[in-house]
Design a protein around this ligand. Structure first.
Ligand code: AMP
Length: 286
């Protein structure tokens, strides 16, 4: 079932709720790939009903980001969801979510803002306001769908950590399930933005996972000094086609910075390849 209106979505799922069926929500921006599919499969395993939202959220994009050109493939997304047992694909328009008007300069909306200590680093540093947009839309989706569980990928680890924090701080009665990163055989993490890359760009992009795997290998060999672990990346960064935005190692739950890594540390990387911003991460311990 494809639903575009909030009131129709509520009407459609209300019998599930009356029957005490558990509802799983998988929030996405569409252009679905096997990474999204892994979240859908996890939701199918744990919940009676699965709702997938497909919404390219304007308020989480900066003015110079790819909101307008972000891939939109709703027909194919709907087919994939139907073939995989999704009960409802919820794909509202921006006006349905935020009202009519110039949404990208909306100064008339209540935002949910995560703490600065979680957003002043990694993607939040260059994408000012991004996580306010993410938390606001996720909150709205939670209120619209009222799921019991919601599924997010570790691919966007900072986002997952911030959403868990939001749910805890605001006493939202939803269990957040984090799902492992799905990669191509080459190691490249699947992403809707990989669609922008040429074959040679995809090849250049392998450096992200190679750097992360090497950091994890060094950690396993006993190196814990974070500055030293980060320096191991330099030998991989000799390719002019890859522009490093950040490489950091923080705690997997609190995003705190320490001098030495432990099993709960996570290495995070962002690079630009052919103008496309790519992110990846890896936990250092098992
Ligand atoms: P997006 O459509 O990019 O906003 O992603 C929707 C959800 O899918 C987010 O929770 C992402 O973390 C997750 N996701 C995207 N790519 C992957 C991947 N390669 N492996 C696992 N989860 C992913």
């Amino acid at each position: 079932m494809l639903i575009k209106k909030i009131n129709e979505l509520r009407e459609y799922i209300s019998p599930y709720k009356s029957n005490n069926e558990s509802i799983g929500l998988v929030p996405t921006m569409g252009a679905l790939h096997n990474g999204h599919l892994s979240l859908i499969k996890a939701a199918k395993e744990k919940c009676d009903r699965v709702v997938v939202s497909v919404f390219v959220n304007p308020i989480q994009f900066g003015p110079n980001e790819d909101y307008n050109k972000y891939p939109r493939t709703l027909d194919a997304d709907y087919e994939l969801c139907s073939a995989n047992g999704v009960d409802v694909v919820f794909s509202p328009s921006p006006a349905e979510m935020y009202g009519e008007g110039n949404i990208l300069s909306n100064d008339n909306l209540t935002y949910v803002c995560p703490p600065f200590s979680y957003t002043d680093k990694l993607c939040g540093k260059s994408r000012i306001g991004h996580f306010d947009g993410v938390c606001t839309v996720v909150n709205k989706l939670f209120n619209i769908v009222q799921p019991d569980l919601a599924f997010f990928g570790e691919k966007d680890a900072q986002q997952l950590i911030i959403i868990k924090k939001m749910v805890k701080d605001l006493n939202i009665p939803i269990e957040i399930i984090g799902c492992p990163i799905v990669r191509e055989d080459t190691g490249l993490a699947l992403s809707s933005r990989n669609k922008y890359l040429t074959e040679s760009g995809k090849n250049d992009a392998l450096v992200l996972s190679k750097i992360l795997q090497n950091i994890r290998k060094c950690y396993k060999q006993g190196i814990t000094d974070i500055e030293y672990l980060k320096e191991t990346a330099f030998s991989f960064l000799n390719n002019n086609n890859v522009e490093l935005e950040y490489l950091e190692i923080y705690d997997s739950d609190s995003l705190e910075c320490t001098k030495f890594a432990n099993d709960n540390s996570r290495a995070f990387i962002a690079c630009r390849v052919e103008g496309v911003r790519l992110i990846d991460n890896i936990k250092l311990g098992d």
